[in-house]
Design a protein around this ligand. Structure first.
Ligand SMILES: [Zn+2]
Length: 153
């Protein structure tokens, strides 16, 4: 099922962790509707990245899957409001996040996170605005969270 022209429900619920551990990752109806809103945001992001393929590495996570990946219980992934992605044809995640950071309001990205460690990074976007404005655009590494999109040393 296509949620939007370039994003299917299947790619937003696919989980290698769920496959590996045999966990159910079927979203309830209210989550499917949240995933459609997320896919619409991903379409705007795809356009801003000059139409290159946006590859979702993690979308919806059922409570069991979220626990298995060590996600926080308040994770926007659990409500279908977040997606992690890469877009290698545009550039590395740092280049993507740097491009998107000034555009968050224009693109209705409520939270933008450059996440991971050097050599294994991805971009996390959410349709839910964090309660603290300081957390809207951040970089998260194993060393913790920093405000803004930061290059790793
Ligand atoms: Zn994420």
């Amino acid at each position: 099922m296509n949620l939007t022209p370039h994003f299917t429900l299947a790619e937003l619920v696919r989980s290698s962790t769920a496959d590996r551990l045999g966990l159910d990752n079927t979203p309830p109806d209210d989550v499917v509707s949240a995933l459609r809103t997320t896919a619409e945001m991903l379409e705007r992001i795809r356009l801003a990245l000059h139409g290159v393929p946006v590859i979702v590495t993690s979308g919806y996570r059922s409570p069991d899957v979220n626990r298995a990946v060590g996600g926080v219980s308040s994770s926007d992934h659990q409500s279908g409001q977040a997606a992690d992605f890469i877009a290698p044809r545009f550039g590395p995640p740092f280049a993507i996040a740097s491009k998107l950071a000034p555009l968050v309001s224009l693109l209705n990205i409520e939270q933008l996170i450059l996440e991971g460690v050097k050599g294994k990074q991805w971009v996390h976007v959410s349709t839910r605005r964090p309660s603290k404005v300081i957390n809207r655009i951040i970089t998260i590494t194993d060393a913790g969270a920093r405000v803004g999109i930061q290059a790793l040393g």
